[in-house]
Design a protein around this ligand. Structure first.
Ligand SMILES: [Zn+2]
Ligand SMILES: [Zn+2]
Length: 141
């Protein structure tokens, strides 16, 4: 059982999650990269009903069945939720107040990584992501 908190850049939006970190992975897909304007995104999965939000958060549908959110004041991206995993909220690890809690175990969507990104951390590199794996009945993390 872990108590985690996090916030956006300006601090107007805060989140709190309890329970376990369900999985932790680094995503190289183009959607994540563009939504965060970042080379790749460090994600953690938590239980949606154990996650609380405070502050001016804006949610929007970024693709069918997918809701992302960001801080209305400073624009920091904050979360990802998909109908494929209705019990999970995916949080940006970079928003954590306790970064030492984050231990990623894999890269996902390595098939879409940017040409200048070179990774030597020894973690497995999966070509696709969690939704494709779940739809194929596979667990990759
Ligand atoms: Zn903010
Ligand atoms: Zn992604």
């Amino acid at each position: 059982m872990v108590e985690m908190t996090g916030r956006c850049f300006c601090g107007a939006v805060n989140w709190r999650a309890s329970g376990e970190i369900l999985w932790a992975a680094l995503c190289h897909c183009e959607d994540c990269r563009r939504a965060a304007s970042s080379d790749y995104v460090s994600w953690l999965g938590v239980e949606r009903d154990k996650t609380e939000w405070q502050g001016p958060r804006k949610c929007y549908s970024s693709s069918p069945g997918v809701t992302r959110s960001y801080c209305k004041d400073c624009g920091s991206p904050l979360s990802f939720e998909t109908e494929v995993f209705p019990n999970e909220t995916h949080l940006y690890a970079a928003t954590l107040d306790q970064p030492e809690l984050y231990n990623p175990t894999a890269h996902i969507f390595w098939s879409e990584h940017l040409p200048w990104v070179q990774i030597g951390d020894g973690l497995p590199k999966h070509e696709k992501g969690l939704q494709a794996a779940a739809k194929a009945g596979k667990v990759i993390l």
